[in-house]
Write a protein that binds this ligand. Sequence first.
Ligand SMILES: Nc1nc2c([nH]c(=O)n2[C@@H]2O[C@H](COP(=O)(O)OP(=O)(O)OP(=O)(O)O)[C@@H](O)[C@H]2O)c(=O)[nH]1
Length: 138
Amino acid sequence: MNESNRPITEVAAGILLDAEGRYLLGQRPEGKPYAGYWEVPGGKIESGESVFAALKRELREELGIDIESSEELVVLEHDYPHAYVRLHVSIIRKWSGVPEGCEGQLLSWQILGDAIPTVEPLLPAAWPMLEKLRLLKV
Ligand SMILES: Nc1nc2c([nH]c(=O)n2[C@@H]2O[C@H](COP(=O)(O)OP(=O)(O)OP(=O)(O)O)[C@@H](O)[C@H]2O)c(=O)[nH]1
């Protein structure tokens, strides 16, 4: 619970960062809250699951890739009308397979040095994680 007494939804989000300094965004599919918004891939952490296990499972389901490791970037909270979420954001530099939109979602590689993504709209809570990513010397 938080100060507004809403249950906290724990979420794992993974920023795939490639050797050319690009990161991946995906578009939320129809049927989910904020459908059509762009986000960092990931999803809800199941009860008893570690952040890394959730990330590994979500990225396999959503993108068809397998990750071996991740680095924590930031933990941030956001109060949405539909949920109060705590996002555990990690950077992933190595994976096997080529990311595909396994749930029919569009994907877009973005250049880290760009001020704003070339796709929109972005989920509100995606902005602070991208800010944090830019501050990092990657
Ligand atoms: N994956 C992801 N979720 C985010 C981001 N920013 C953000 O606020 N969220 C929120 O975190 C929650 C993630 O839920 P989700 O709907 O993607 O999770 P899921 O795939 O497990 O959903 P499901 O229960 O429909 O299967 C949503 O409330 C979403 O609005 C982001 O950048 N990436």
